[in-house]
Design a protein around this ligand. Structure first.
Ligand SMILES: O=C(O)c1ccccc1N[C@@H]1O[C@H](COP(=O)(O)O)[C@@H](O)[C@H]1O
Length: 207
């Protein structure tokens, strides 16, 4: 029997048009980046409107890096996201405080996996995601090196695109995949064909 298809998150959504296209193409989740350093930063107002445009079954994920708890909760509420993705070095208390309000994707780098992975692996409401050290940098991880330590139920990000995502799925069997850089026409603007090809490649890998 084949493995279940990983959940598909299309990140860096900055417009209603891109949100609707990704949803129609079959995305399970859309990412809205609120990190000030990002070239894909979006306002809570646009994220909220885009989220309202994609129907009831598509998750809307607020993405944060190096932001304090007040800001994370305030922007998440304003954007009406359904989940929160947390990058960067964070205390366990911080992650738990966000998880009191939203399902959390806790993003770790491979170097942090041994120390932090076991903390979150069995915690309800917190899902691990493994990403490259520079979020949104488009650089893939070394999947073969991770094969023995990749925890079941973990999501995968980092340099995924239509041409390589099936390989990543075969090696690591992630519960979800997340991508942005290689799905764009330019930073913050999706290439609809790349988004559709990415989703087709994920589904094809699990067929
Ligand atoms: O993309 C960004 O600008 C970004 C900024 C701050 C935090 C996260 C960001 N993106 C996340 O990066 C990974 C994968 O990106 P890529 O496919 O390698 O470009 C993904 O989790 C995005 O949500």
């Amino acid at each position: 029997m084949s493995d279940p298809t990983p959940r598909i998150k299309i990140c860096g959504t900055t417009s209603i048009q891109d949100a609707v296209h990704a949803a129609q193409a079959g995305a399970d989740a859309l990412g809205f980046i609120f990190a000030p350093i990002s070239k894909r930063r979006v306002s809570a107002a646009v994220a909220r409107e885009a989220g309202l445009g994609v129907g009831p079954t598509v998750a809307r994920v607020g993405v944060f890096l190096d932001q304090n708890l007040d800001e994370v909760l305030r922007l998440s509420e304003a954007a009406r996201v359904s989940a929160v993705q947390l990058h960067g070095p964070l205390s366990g208390g911080f992650v738990r405080a966000v998880a009191d309000f939203y399902p959390v994707l806790r993003v770790l780098r491979p170097a942090d996996l041994a120390a932090e992975g076991p903390l979150w692996q069995a915690v309800p409401g917190v899902t691990l995601m493994l990403d490259a050290p520079q979020p949104g940098g488009g650089v893939p991880l070394d999947w073969d090196r991770l094969q023995d330590t990749f925890p079941p139920g973990t999501w995968l990000a980092g340099g995924l695109g239509p041409w390589n995502v099936a390989g990543a799925i075969r090696v690591l069997r992630p519960a979800g995949v997340d991508a942005v850089s290689h799905l764009e026409a330019r930073p913050g603007v999706k290439d609809p064909a790349k988004v559709a090809d990415f989703i087709a490649a994920v589904r094809g890998a699990s067929a």
